[in-house]
Design a protein around this ligand. Structure first.
Ligand code: AMP
Length: 427
């Protein structure tokens, strides 16, 4: 019986993990530069957490969660997004007791959504996300957006646009909700069953319905921006002014509402206009959530954050030539059993001295072993035959200048060190 990976999941093979490691390292470096610290939270949480935080009228909660009962009859869910768990941990561990007032956290890891798999859309996918908790200042919204833009720029991605919008504060949202209800009421029966249910509970969610997205009622729907209170308007204007000062290119997209319930004020998405991304053009998005910490049982603490889909960022890297040097230092080629025994000792000793090396265990021909040396781009080949074992020496061949020398066992490390550091000086 042959097994295949579950639908919507993929294996990342060594060829790809190289790019992923590069991507992860780049994200960690940028996080470090922004003084954003890593947090690691569980991959599953109590189902109720997501119902509450993400909102039970959202597609993510109502249709896409991997929810199961554990053996203790608890309802648990594989996390579909990162914010809920991070906010839960922030409250539970009292991270809000912070003299700096602003707590900046990032996470990286797998998320799970039961969606229809397609290019750039999986059931297990990865996100890199950032949450900045503690302050309501528009500067913090902008810091998040600048960080998102920096990530895109560091990956060398072209034709990417920052789309921004505002949902306003609670009063703005309530005014807007009323306006949406007035707008949709007369034509409600033309919308899908889900939208009819959303109408009473959360009409905002009608705007990101995948079924009705081309319906004229959605196209002509009122815009959040026309229902803002003065404070909400001032917040958004400040955000735009700060982005202008920093000369960050953005587009005010009044249709942008985001698919999760916790957002208020600023929302944003980073969208690629490059056709290779197809339907997966939204590389990431985020926004402000000022009530979430309180809803999770913590003190009133405003927050703002964003998440990128790492598969989509990795797509960009697939097109890039990796800069990273991953050649092995040494490959050992034993000829015969005794030479193999000695090689095992040498390979262990070389690794303990910090060299990257490997050896042949398969008793292959010299030719086959030299092919491996080429494939691995090893700097040195060490060749050991019966004679060498007897004389307690090895032959070291530099693959760059092809010079081969016989070296006593006790001098191997010094020899390799000398020639590696000297940049193969007999070249
Ligand atoms: P969201 O949490 O829905 O705002 O998603 C943030 C980002 O995660 C999106 O812009 C995508 O890049 C990525 N993403 C969301 N869902 C998936 C998925 N099913 N497969 C791959 N990437 C996804």
């Amino acid at each position: 019986m042959a097994y295949s990976a579950p639908r919507g999941t993929v294996d990342l093979l060594p060829q790809q993990t190289k790019n992923w490691q590069y991507l992860e390292q780049l994200l960690r470096t940028i996080a470090f530069n922004y003084n954003v610290k890593e947090i690691r939270v569980p991959i599953f949480e109590h189902t109720e957490l997501f119902n509450r935080a993400v909102g039970d009228t959202t597609d993510v909660v109502s249709k896409e969660m991997y929810t199961f009962k554990d053996r203790g009859d608890r309802s648990l869910t594989l996390r579909p997004e990162g914010t809920a768990g991070v906010v839960r941990a922030f409250v539970e561990n009292k991270l809000y007791v912070n003299p700096d007032k602003l707590t900046k956290l990032y996470y990286m890891g797998p998320m799970f959504r039961y969606e229809r798999p397609q290019k750039g859309r999986q059931r297990q996918f990865h996100q890199f996300g950032v949450e900045m908790l503690g302050l309501e200042n528009p500067e913090v919204d902008v810091e998040c957006m600048v960080m998102a833009v920096t990530i895109i720029e560091s990956l060398g991605l072209q034709n990417v646009k920052l789309h921004i919008n505002t949902l306003g504060d609670e009063t703005s949202r309530e005014n807007y909700r009323q306006a949406l209800m007035n707008h949709f009421k007369p034509g409600l029966n033309e919308l899908c069953g889900d939208c009819q249910a959303r109408f009473e509970k959360n009409p905002l969610r009608i705007l990101d319905c995948k079924v009705d997205k081309a319906h004229p009622l959605i196209k002509t729907a009122p815009k959040t921006i026309d229902y803002l209170t003065l404070e909400a308007k001032a917040h958004f204007e400040k955000v735009c002014a700060l982005l202008d000062d920093l000369e960050i290119d953005y587009l005010v997209d009044t249709n942008l509402v985001r698919g999760l319930d916790y957002y208020c004020h600023t929302v944003f998405e980073v969208i690629s206009e490059d056709p290779t991304f197809g339907n997966a053009a939204t590389l990431g998005g985020g926004g402000r959530y000022n009530k979430l910490v309180q809803e999770m049982g913590g003190p009133e603490t405003p927050g703002v954050g964003f998440a990128f889909g790492m598969e989509r960022l990795a797509l960009a890297l697939d097109q890039m030539e990796p800069e990273e040097e991953d050649a092995l230092d040494i490959y050992i080629m034993p000829l015969g059993q005794e030479a193999r025994d000695l090689s095992l000792q040498i390979v262990t000793m070389l690794r303990a001295n910090g060299f990257s090396c490997d050896m042949d265990y398969a008793n292959r021909s010299m030719k086959a072993m030299f092919k491996t040396v080429d494939r691995l781009q090893a700097h040195f080949a060490i060749i050991i035959g019966e004679e060498e074992v007897k004389n307690e020496v090895v032959n070291i061949k530099c693959t760059h200048d092809k010079v081969q020398e016989t070296v006593p066992l006790e001098d191997i490390v010094a020899y390799i060190e000398h020639h590696l550091e000297g940049g193969h000086e007999h070249e």
